[in-house]
Design a protein around this ligand. Structure first.
Ligand code: 5GP
Ligand code: ZN
Length: 115
């Protein structure tokens, strides 16, 4: 389930510290270490899925949970009137960490066009 070489798997396992917002049986949410907006956190599956290309129908419940929790967590984190979600996929999609993650960006300042 966990990839020993994956930084986000290590965060889920507590081997690398993170500022956790939420976790349940399927997902883990934590503040981005290099925030691009006043509110910037990541929602990740606990299972090691490398990219959105690697997700399929067997992951529907996990993917649904990631989206279903975004609003509640954004509100609790102080996103205010709105927020954006971004999933980068692959090198062309500007993905840097190869454990699927959804960025949640919000707050009262202008947000960058992309991460
Ligand atoms: P990507 O470009 O892959 O979509 O975004 C990866 C994100 O993970 C970046 O926004 C980066 O700041 C964040 N990140 C990378 N390493 C760590 C880490 O060790 N801890 C935390 N909290 N965020 C990280
Ligand atoms: Zn991983």
């Amino acid at each position: 389930m966990h990839d020993p070489n994956c930084i986000f798997c290590k965060i889920i396992e507590g081997k690398i510290p993170s500022r956790k917002l939420y976790e349940d049986d399927l997902i883990y949410a934590f503040h981005d270490i290099n925030p691009q907006a006043p509110v910037h956190f990541l929602i990740i599956p606990k299972a090691h899925i490398a990219t959105l290309y690697d997700a399929d129908g067997s992951h529907e419940v996990i993917l649904g949970r990631m989206l279903a929790k975004a609003g509640e967590l954004a509100r609790a984190a102080g996103a205010g009137d709105g927020f954006r979600t971004i999933i980068n996929c692959g090198k062309v999609g500007r993905q840097e960490v190869y454990h699927l993650h959804m960025h949640v960006l919000g707050g009262d300042h202008p947000l960058p066009p992309m991460i």
